[in-house]
Design a protein around this ligand. Structure first.
Ligand code: GUN
Ligand code: FE
Length: 424
């Protein structure tokens, strides 16, 4: 199948971050030509993108699809009370059907707003049904069942034994890891240090090495959470994870707001990936992460919307905008510019999931994960000289996304999802 997209403005995010005017040719799942004008007779399908802008699909490195149905639950509590009073009882109430539809609803919104890859954390049970939604929707995802084998304030439905948590994770991994030629991958998802025994975390370390898969967890999000970790382990979050051998390039840490110098050093030296979630960090009153500092020392930072209750939007446009805006009063107008946050949302996310040779930019040979935008809703004079990346970061909305393509397949067009896989 050859798909030709004609006459577009292409924001490549290649090494030179070039913006090219021309055609894009996709052959099956890969990009095969960027820029040169091509004959329509070459293709099975042609999309006329005159006046439109093509961008690399966004990579969100921290999402909870299972929480989409609980959108908006809470703007009155901080993390630990919010989890105990709102989120854990709701997660415990999930059944197979509700988790499937929660995932599908979230994925619909993500694709609609140009996100093509997610790192997702589910709940304790029924994760197989979230994977089915992921498989059918065509989105690229690294996902896993949440692991939480510790804590007596957890509702009965979320309590699990260490061995059972590990066995269920491995069973899901065996079923879903590398599904659809690697479009789906498994990621071990210990919830956070507060919820996990040392035995469980040590086993996750061994298994993630054995299977060469990512580990996705939360760390240093909230001062109350950090106090619990310090009381129970005698260590700061990242120091403890490093002590257990988990701090390496396969680790994604969501939030990382309250890092001390030692933790920052570990993140940098071990190549740990930080997922910055500005919307969630604001809504849960968790704090403002010092992202300019992490970027300056060369650490890997990408973006995620987190779950729908702690951020009523799963939309990357929103996260990019917040990521830029919240730093400006603190660090000056150039501290987090549009290009910096756009890079985090695309190639930065690809780097976090170890796929920067495959996704995150529009280049020959890469997977065709892209979104086609119409940016002319606000900017009615397309010739007016504004950097398209600045236009996207500060004014694009999901209504501007016309088509989303993953692995060369159109998975969302004019607001409608296209099922790609009904085998499950
Ligand atoms: N820390 C542990 N679990 C969660 C969760 O579900 N959401 C957020 N934001 N932080 C967490
Ligand atoms: Fe989260």
């Amino acid at each position: 199948m050859k798909l030709l997209i004609k006459n577009a403005q292409i924001v490549t995010m290649n090494k030179k971050e070039e913006i090219i005017k021309g055609d894009l040719l996709i052959h099956d799942d890969r990009i095969v030509s960027v820029g040169p004008s091509l004959n329509e007779a070459l293709a099975d399908r042609v999309i006329d993108a005159t006046g439109k802008t093509i961008i690399p699909g966004f990579v969100q490195t921290h999402i909870h699809l299972c929480q989409t149905l609980f959108r908006g639950k809470g703007d009155d509590l901080e993390l630990m009370d919010w989890l105990k009073k709102r989120i854990w009882p709701l997660e415990a109430s999930h059944d197979e059907e509700s988790i499937y539809y929660s995932a599908l609803l979230g994925i619909g919104e993500l694709l609609q707003s140009g996100t093509t890859t997610i790192v997702d954390m589910e709940t304790v049970s029924h994760t197989d049904f979230a994977f089915r939604a992921i498989a059918e929707s065509g989105i690229r995802a690294l996902s896993g069942k949440v692991m939480m084998d510790k804590g007596n304030e957890v509702p009965v439905g979320l309590q699990e034994k260490t061995a059972q948590s590990i066995q269920e994770s491995v069973d899901l991994l065996e079923k879903w890891h590398m599904y659809d030629s690697g479009r789906i991958q498994y990621a071990f998802s210990p919830r956070f240090v507060v919820s996990c025994t040392e035995e469980l975390l040590r086993e996750v370390q061994k298994l993630s090495t054995h299977y060469n898969v990512m580990v996705h967890t939360h760390a240093s999000e909230n001062l109350g959470e950090i106090a619990i970790v310090e009381k129970e382990t005698g260590m700061r979050n990242v120091v403890y994870l490093d002590h257990l051998g988990l701090a390496n390039e396969r680790l994604i840490l969501a939030h990382c707001i309250w890092l001390d110098e030692q933790e920052k050093q570990i993140i940098k030296e071990r190549g740990v990936h930080v997922s910055h979630c500005p919307g969630s960090n604001l809504k849960l009153a968790s704090g403002i992460a010092d992202i300019p500092d992490l970027l300056e020392n060369g650490s890997s930072v990408s973006l995620g919307a987190d779950g729908a209750p702690c951020n009523n939007n799963l939309d990357m446009f929103n996260e990019m905008r917040l990521a830029a805006l919240i730093q400006k009063p603190l660090h000056g107008p150039t501290s987090m510019n549009a290009r910096t946050v756009f890079r985090m949302a695309t190639i930065g996310g690809a780097r976090a999931v170890g796929m920067d040779q495959e996704i995150g930019s529009i280049e020959d040979g890469k997977k065709a994960d892209i979104a086609i935008l119409n940016l002319n809703h606000f900017h009615t004079f397309p010739s007016y000289d504004v950097d398209p990346i600045s236009r996207i970061v500060y004014s694009a909305t999901r209504a501007d996304v016309e088509t989303t393509i993953v692995n060369g397949k159109v998975v969302m067009e004019n607001g409608l999802m296209k099922t790609v896989d009904k085998e499950n």
